[in-house]
Design a protein around this ligand. Sequence first.
Ligand code: CTP
Length: 224
Amino acid sequence: MSPDAPLAGVKVVIDAGPTYEDIDPVRFLGNRSSGKMGFAIAEAAAAAGAAVTLIAGPVALATPTGIARRVDVRSALQMRAAVLEAVDAADIFIATAAVADWRVAGYSPRKIKKGPGGAPVLELIENPDILAEVAARDPRPFVVGFAAETDHVHEHAQAKLVRKKLDMLAANHVDERVGIGADDNELELIWPGGSETLPRAPKRELARALVARIAAHYHARTPA
Ligand code: CTP
């Protein structure tokens, strides 16, 4: 393994950004994910020599330097299809996307109009968990998940690592300074048997540190 290019010859799939769940042709359910962290990780992985497929939800971000393939999607179901198609050939899957937990049960192809009946009641159904689905595959890539927590970060992250059967999990402590939509971030990295804090830093710097750790753990599991 070259220290300058620890992911040379390694195929990495990364999902990033939010998903939008359409209600009608003009309305959707979304979230505040900017996609910045996922794009920074994609850039860092490419700089580390990886062949990166970046699956992006609706974001206002240019494709980072060195990305082999970018697939733009909108909804959770589209993201799932794109990930499952790409991940077959992947060595590492990094799930940074803020996938919407629910979608609207009945998309209305016509704009829902205001009327005397009052506000519509939206029925929501749960979206598939893309990360858990990839982790359940056999064979499967090295699987890295993300978690956004406001409290008890370590305990919640530890539970998520086990529940989703992940090789690594990067937990964000979300508040108004760091995390979703912000330029800085801090991460607690955990894996079966250990953990490490990557202190607060700009997302691009943190992404490089995270990719270095992912590469080390990936190679420890899969000797070159
Ligand atoms: N994820 C996914 N598909 C979903 C939901 C989440 O792939 N339908 C992935 C995300 O990309 C992320 C991780 O799962 O890597 C986040 O897990 P989740 O259980 O959604 O955690 P939180 O968003 O932190 O929410 P909660 O703590 O409420 O479970």
